[in-house]
Ligand binder design. Structure first.
Ligand SMILES: C[S@@+](CC[C@H](N)C(=O)[O-])C[C@H]1O[C@@H](n2cnc3c(N)ncnc32)[C@H](O)[C@@H]1O
Length: 295
């Protein structure tokens, strides 16, 4: 399943690209948004960032040898250093499309999905250094209370207590090594009726572990801060979120800049996908997009 960019037209419109712009795609993924940006104007520079080496390689194949593009395999939370290294002082537009891509689910082999049996890693970075936090470490070595808190706070899972207890009980026999083993534990720990609900019973726990492993909420905050700091006056941030934790951070930071009189909220309310997009791309279901302009 190839990744279909979410809110593509809305994001492009929100960025309002003009010739001469230095554009940062902070979450390059499969270069879906970047490709559209590059097709829009001739005279732009695009800096495409992704933590995942495989995403960078795929994007290089898609965008070919376009001289206007610089690829950077790094976290967007290190934007300051990235721009320093490139000698870029100011940027005009920056796009964040948070979360993971369909390709990471389908082929990363790192355990993002509860639908294929893979090792419990959940790291965005495919070239993770030894010792980087993994989902395996969380479920097999953290205390029941810490696991409960992660699942409760980042997954908003109402059965967090039961699932944490089930995890700790299961790992007494043997470590929980794969996604399917974890799914079995989640199913065994939750009521049968919950297995027949709107979403898979493992959805919230997997989301929670992924957020914790990648320290996603901190990263988003730092990425937005650095993005705004390096934005030229008149420059724009477009941020697409996929769950309430992400959107809350974007909303609060955008509001704080607007209240401080240093930015205009271009979107007073978040933009959501059209019915047509939802029909063609179920992944867009929970997407919310906000746009901010520096003044
Ligand atoms: C939803 S996908 C982006 C899809 C892309 N806009 C497209 O149209 O193909 C999100 C991407 O962000 C990357 N990512 C997640 N956290 C990151 C971080 N802290 N720094 C850089 N990239 C990150 C993931 O590896 C993933 O490729």
């Amino acid at each position: 399943m190839s990744h279909v960019p979410v809110l593509l037209h809305e994001a492009i419109e929100g960025l309002s690209i003009v010739d001469g712009d230095v554009v940062v795609d902070a979450t390059l993924g499969n270069a879906g948004h970047s490709q559209a940006i590059l097709n829009l104007k001739k005279d732009i520079r695009l800096i495409g960032i992704d933590l995942d080496r495989q995403a960078i390689e795929r994007s290089k194949e898609i965008l070919g040898s376009d001289k206007r593009v610089t690829f950077v395999c790094e976290s967007y939370r290190n934007l300051k250093v990235i721009l320093e290294k490139l000698g870029v002082k100011e940027i005009n537009k920056i796009l964040f499309d948070f979360g993971f891509s369909s390709d990471q689910i389908a082929q990363s082999g790192r355990g993002f999905s509860f639908q294929s049996d893979e090792p419990l890693l959940m790291t965005f970075s495919s070239n993770s250094e030894d010792g980087a936090l993994t989902a395996y470490e969380i479920v097999n070595s953290w205390s029941e209370e810490d696991i409960r808190k992660v699942i409760r706070n980042y997954g908003e899972e109402r059965f967090a207590g039961r699932i944490a207890k089930g995890i700790v009980k299961a790992r007494e026999k043997k470590p929980i090594g794969t996604t399917f083993e974890l799914v079995d534990v989640i199913k065994a720990s939750t009521p049968f009726a919950y297995h027949r609900g709107r979403i898979h019973p493992a959805t919230r726990t997997f989301q929670a572990l992924r957020i914790a492993v990648n320290d996603e909420l901190e990263a988003i905050q730092e990425g937005l801060e650095e993005g705004f700091r390096h934005l030229a006056v008149g420059g724009r941030i477009v941020a697409i979120s996929f769950h309430s934790h992400e959107d809350r951070i974007v909303k609060h930071m955008f509001r704080a800049w607007s209240d401080a009189g240093v930015a205009n909220l271009i979107t007073k309310k978040p933009i959501t996908p059209s019915d047509e997009e939802l029909l063609n791309n179920p992944r867009a279901r929970s997407a919310k997009m906000r746009v901010l302009e520096k003044i």
